[in-house]
Write a protein that binds this ligand. Structure first.
Ligand code: BJW
Length: 276
């Protein structure tokens, strides 16, 4: 992306911003080779429409609301487990892209910054982001659905590649008899309370919110954009496709995050280095 030119009013808002929040979604990891959920080529694209059989377990049929749910896991545990095992392997082999690296820089650009991610890959962390909350859990761990014990996903998949492994925490000699599942948040499940509380407070108090690579369809995460707008924050959106919030954004960059985010970050750094 060419150098970004900001109009004077927007440049002034970006220069004055002290409390920034970024909400990231699957589109930020797209250029690292990870699929988005919705839209063309997404993980939830209906294969009957594309006729593609080459995507293996990483794509799955049906509406997301019917797939990433506890009900789907209990109905077809092996299918759901293998889907996550394949996605875990892809994420583990992926590397952060320029969008992740640009966002890691935001910690030094603003006096207060919080990255709120919906992503379950750990690419932001691997790019160096530290002030981060993950709203939808992590692919890197499995958690017992009965006793809550956690173990690395890689270890759980190696122990049982085709079906979710049973938990064998000793207890009364029988073990807990639960099953491991990915430590992610499915539809109908509560988000981690502390992470949501931190994100909500930051959105209510921010003067700049960036929404990058998210369709902004899933709540309560998408509600953070509404919260920031209501608080009077400047809202910037990076997404090649429009979202329900596009028309409210003060700046909309209809481009891939891997190019738009470094360009925006340079523009912010340059206007913040100016005095006055
Ligand atoms: C690029 C790009 C590039 C492409 N660069 N961009 C209020 C109203 C209505 C419904 C609800 C509500 N509150 C709660 C609900 C119910 C539900 C919900 O939101 N439903 C809606 C779908 C209608 N929410 C929940 O159930 C949540 N729990 C909850 O609220 O608990 C309390 C409660 C319980 C019961 C009833 C009511 C309340 C939990 C939500 C959990 C979401 N989990 C998932 C799966 C995680 C595990 C996994 O990875 O499999 O999280 S769903 C999936 O969607 C995943 C994502 O984090 C999430 C968001 O998706 P995201 O990141 O936006 O990705 P995409 O694919 O949608 O969009 C990618 C975008 O990138 C696109 O726009 C592209 O254009 C763009 N893009 N290339 C930049 N290169």
């Amino acid at each position: 992306m060419e150098e970004l030119r900001l109009d004077a009013q927007l440049a002034a808002r970006l220069r004055r911003a002290t409390r920034a929040v970024a909400l990231s979604g699957a589109g930020v990891s797209k250029e690292s080779g990870l699929g988005t959920f919705r839209g063309a080529g997404g993980l939830w694209e209906d294969r009957r429409q594309t006729g593609s059989a080459a995507t293996g377990d990483r794509r799955s049929r049906g509406r997301p609301e019917e797939l990433a749910t506890p009900e789907a896991f209990y109905r077809t545990p092996g299918k759901v487990w293998r889907w996550y095992a394949a996605r875990y392997a892809t994420a583990a082999a992926a590397a952060p892209n320029p969008a992740h690296h640009a966002l890691a820089r935001w910690e030094s650009l603003f006096p207060s910054f919080l990255l709120v991610t919906q992503n379950v890959d750990d690419l932001h962390q691997r790019a160096g982001s530290r002030r981060l909350v993950a709203l939808h859990g992590t692919l890197a761990e499995a958690v017992c659905d009965s006793c809550g014990r956690r173990r690395p996903m890689g270890e759980a998949v190696a122990a049982s590649p085709a079906e979710p492994p049973e938990c064998s925490v000793p207890g009364g000699g029988t073990g807990c008899r639960g099953r491991f599942r990915p430590a992610v948040v499915w539809f109908g499940e509560s988000l981690p309370a502390a992470a949501l509380e931190t994100a909500s407070r930051a959105a209510a108090a921010c003067d700049l919110l960036l929404a990058a690579g998210t369709s902004a369809l899933v709540y309560p995460a998408a509600g953070l954009i509404e919260t920031a707008l209501r608080a009077g924050a400047c809202v910037v959106e990076i997404n090649p496709e429009p979202t329900p919030f596009s028309r409210f954004a003060h700046l909309r960059l209809a481009a891939p995050a891997g190019t738009a985010l470094p360009a925006l970050t340079e523009a912010i750094a340059s206007c913040r280095s100016m005095t006055g």
